[in-house]
Design a protein around this ligand. Structure first.
Ligand SMILES: [Zn+2]
Length: 474
């Protein structure tokens, strides 16, 4: 729903992404999702007195990879304590970066041709996770609350965009492109449903040409759909408020997915409320040029470039194929499409099989590129039906092997032209009435003969080949 004539929304996003390190940011506890509550904890991530943080080198490498992918400048940086009380944060402060972040400046180009500036991408640690038991699921009105510290100290990078986004659709596009970039760097698994990517949206409105209005921050949006709906709702709310003579108050708001509305969480804190000061237990972080170079060398091409490479193989691309390419790039499976192209195979068939059968399988480690290419060639050449090709791919994905052998074992092997011709001739002789009607021009009878051939061959014949045999005798 568009804003009323003359109004414009201004949106900036803060994206928190958990890094895929083996261990936490400042201790050796495992960084895994879904473990039994409070099993991956130690004195450091529980904030016990006398414990000292040790910085995770992999987390720094991943933060630099994210910065490089976003064209940011990597600079010497420092850690600060951000002080506030919350039960899921046992130290009563979060170690973050403040005035000197590891990455600053940069931009992200979106598929629609727009560019969103990146202000910074800094390192920080995650908090634990509270679960509020009660009807609302929020702390207000909860019967009791449980705290799990497994997430406490998990490394995060927070990516702050400039206030460059002008619609909910563009915000969604930015988040989805950023997610693809984060996955491509290897720094994040991009699993929003597991909370490994969470988004806060700063939303304000203004009449066109006026300075920025007062913004509200919507916290913890954990799906692209929520992001879109929450921004849309919040911008409309602010316009209605201003048009009815009200004033937007700077505050933090909560998005309720069920109700489809935002509501006040707390009146916005200013930076001074957090009493930031330098973390005395960590030294400054100044990655050497050699370390930065190692990270740069390990960084592969980004999704936009990889999508363009697949599009180039296809030439014209439909909307459905564009969606398929997004899936294939997200999963990093385009090597199967490129291998098919290199072998002179049918790229469109290959793309469809990768985006569906391979994507659904999850684990493709048992399927070799050669086996995939051979299966596509058999399907594109008419030796296998689409259904048979999908069955063979499922077998290859589950247990590996060679497609011709799998096809033979399943009885999918094509009949030779000679044996098909013999079967067709015998069936014509056995059904003279139907055959004469077909000869007289009743094409519907072709289906009758195909049915007989399929029964005779237990489905191994190719329908097109049967029709060709019938017409050859007509
Ligand atoms: Zn720990």
């Amino acid at each position: 729903m568009a804003l009323p004539e003359g109004w414009e929304m201004v949106v900036g996003l803060e994206v928190h992404t958990e890094l895929r390190t083996a261990t936490k940011m400042f201790c050796g506890c495992a960084n895994v999702f879904g473990a039994e509550a409070n099993t991956n904890v130690c004195p450091v991530c529980l904030g016990l007195p006398g414990s000292l943080p040790v910085l995770n080198e992999r987390a720094v490498s991943m933060a630099m990879a994210i910065g490089m992918a976003l064209h940011a400048t990597i600079a010497p940086s420092t850690f600060h304590r951000k002080n506030y009380f919350y039960p899921d944060m046992p130290k009563d402060f979060q170690i973050s970066q403040y005035d000197l972040p590891i990455n600053s400046g940069g931009y992200l180009d979106l598929p629609d041709g727009s560019r969103v500036r990146i202000e910074r991408a800094h390192l920080e640690e995650d908090t634990g996770k509270s679960t509020h038991l009660g009807v609302s699921g929020r702390i207000h009105g909860a019967d009791r609350s449980l705290v799990d510290y497994n997430r406490s100290g998990v490394p995060l990078v927070e990516i702050v965009s400039g206030p460059d986004i002008r619609s909910a659709a563009q915000a969604r596009l930015y988040a989805s492109e950023l997610r693809a970039v984060l996955i491509a760097t290897g720094a994040s698994d991009g699993r929003m449903e597991e909370g490994s990517m969470r988004i806060d949206a700063n939303v304000s409105v203004r009449r066109s040409g006026e300075p920025f209005g007062t913004r509200c921050e919507i916290k913890n949006l954990n799906s692209l759909r929520s992001l879109h709906r929450a921004i849309e709702f919040e911008a409309q709310r602010q316009v209605k408020l201003i048009e009815s003579g009200g004033v937007v108050r700077q505050e933090t708001r909560h998005w309720d997915e069920t109700v489809g509305a935002t509501s006040t969480m707390r009146v916005k804190e200013e930076a001074e409320d957090y009493r930031y000061f330098r973390e005395p237990d960590l030294v400054d972080l100044a990655p050497s040029a050699a370390w930065q170079q190692r990270v740069a060398d390990a960084l592969g091409p980004m999704p936009a470039e990889r999508r363009a490479a697949v599009v180039a193989l296809l030439g014209e691309v439909s909307d459905a194929q564009r969606d398929a390419i997004d899936v294939v790039i997200d999963l990093g499976l385009e090597r199967f499409v490129h291998a098919t192209h290199a072998a002179g195979g049918d790229v469109a068939v290959a793309l469809a099989r990768v985006a569906n059968e391979l994507a659904a399988a999850g684990d493709v480690s048992k399927l070799t590129e050669d086996a995939f290419v051979a299966t596509v060639a058999m399907e594109a050449g008419g030796q296998l039906s689409a259904t048979q090709a999908k069955t063979i791919l499922a077998d290859l994905l589950a247990s590996g092997g060679e497609p011709r052998a799998v096809a033979a074992a399943r009885g999918f092997e094509q009949l030779s032209a000679d044996s098909l011709g013999g079967i067709v001739s015998a069936l014509i002789d056995a059904n003279p009435d139907e055959w004469s009607r077909f000869r007289d021009g009743d094409d519907k009878l072709a289906q009758f003969f195909i049915g007989l051939v399929m029964r005779e061959t237990k489905g191994r014949a190719n329908g097109k080949a049967v029709i060709a045999e019938l017409h050859a005798r007509r």
